[in-house]
Design a protein around this ligand. Structure first.
Ligand code: GLA
Length: 380
């Protein structure tokens, strides 16, 4: 990847450029809790996006995507928004940096990545983060790391139409080799948790399903949560986010919100508690409890939050049958991967059975990713 980027950069711009890298992410538990002010538990992974970048002395950004085999040029004013979706992420990062008072001078860039697209591993956050990080450095802006994550998040909100939370960009910027991170999305406090589950492997199974309408369905889930939180707030003014609410407080407003909003909120309140239970269990190296919580999360995401799909549910059931310790749909949902915590000795049999049975039913094999918890955004 590195060599390809450097060669292309040289052939297009005749210089070397400086290399930066950022990563995709996994999330052990805490799904759809970020925009509800709850906890998440992600880590950066060994799949990422690498970019060579260099100021070019103009007011234009000139960028080549190796994976899309496409060159795009754009200016830095709001009306210069490029047509290509991939370029909008970079444009958005530039604009959001400028909105925060940062300088953005024109630059040349070439980038490539190995984060599978649409698999729920946050390829878009990796792209935003590598540019947010690099632009901050080459312009000497000194914007702090949490704000760089927010630049990526606002890019999604304002230039890509996804009202996402902060988890993906946080993980991509703050990731540290060998550690998961517990982030309180309300206060921004976070803690690194070294994660080396002895005797277990973390493996992702990618259904290769991508849903076209995922971003509008995602935004709709968020609206449901906000409606439920607003109804609860009438009785309990201290509730700013759904994560502040007790389960019984939700029952009090059952008649004031739709059945759908009720179910979404029920899932979120349960999930907020599960993250805390997983943290406790990890302190005791109690992976059975961690795994059980993962299964409960899957149930909630499938039946209450309704962001699973047939292929994901199939893999989840199969994991249970194969005695996998924990398994659930990971990320926003609507396709993508399951994350599985598997005992070493069961790993081979699980992968074999899952591949065979899934292929039998859906006509193609799931992709298998053995992830390693890795560093986030950095200069190489
Ligand atoms: C997507 C969003 C995140 C988060 C997850 C679900 O990945 O980008 O902010 O909400 O879905 O946990």
């Amino acid at each position: 990847m590195k060599q390809k980027i450097q060669e292309k950069f040289k052939s297009l711009f005749a210089t070397e450029g400086t290399l930066y890298m950022s990563s995709g992410r996994i999330n052990l538990i805490g799904e759809h809790t970020d925009y509800n002010g709850g906890y998440v538990f992600p880590g950066a992974i060994n799949f990422g996006i690498m970019a060579a970048i260099e100021p070019n002395g103009t007011d234009k950004v000139k960028v080549f995507s190796i994976d899309f085999d496409e060159y795009v040029e754009f200016g830095l004013r709001e009306e210069d928004k490029p047509a290509q979706q991939w370029a909008r992420y970079i444009f958005g990062v530039c604009r959001e940096t400028i909105k925060r008072g940062g300088k953005v001078k024109g630059f040349n860039a070439v980038f490539a990545g190995d984060v599978p697209l649409g698999a729920g591993l946050s390829s878009s956050a990796a792209l935003e983060s590598v540019f947010a990080f690099a632009i901050n450095e080459i312009n000497g802006n000194g914007i702090e790391k949490f704000e760089l994550a927010k630049i990526g998040q606002s890019t999604e909100h304002n230039y890509c139409g996804v009202k996402c939370g902060i988890m993906d960009q946080f993980a991509s910027i703050f990731g540290k080799e060998g550690s998961l991170m517990r982030l309180n999305c309300k206060t921004g406090e976070y803690k690194y948790f070294p994660f080396h589950p002895k005797g277990y492997k973390l493996v992702l199974l990618d259904t290769c399903v991508k849903h076209e309408l995922a971003s509008s369905a995602y935004n709709k889930r968020r609206e449901s949560c906000e409606k439920a939180a607003a109804a609860i707030k009438k009785n309990h003014p201290e509730v700013d986010f759904l994560s502040d609410a007790k389960r019984v407080w939700l029952d009090e407003v059952r008649d004031q919100i739709s059945q759908e909003d009720f179910l979404r909120a029920e899932y979120v309140i349960g999930e907020v508690q599960r993250v805390l239970d997983v943290c406790d269990a990890l302190e005791r190296d109690d992976y059975e409890t961690v795994g059980e919580m993962m299964y409960q999360t899957h149930f909630g995401l499938s039946r209450l939050y309704e962001v699973s799909c047939e292929e994901l549910d199939f893999l989840n059931k199969l994991a249970r049958k194969c005695d996998v310790t924990g398994s659930r749909v990971m990320g926003g949902g609507f396709g993508g991967c399951t994350i599985n915590l598997v005992k070493d000795e069961l790993y081979d049999a699980f992968i074999k059975t899952a591949t065979e049975k899934f292929t039998e039913k859906f006509g193609h094999a799931p992709k298998i990713y053995n992830v390693v918890i890795s560093d986030g955004a950095r200069k190489l």
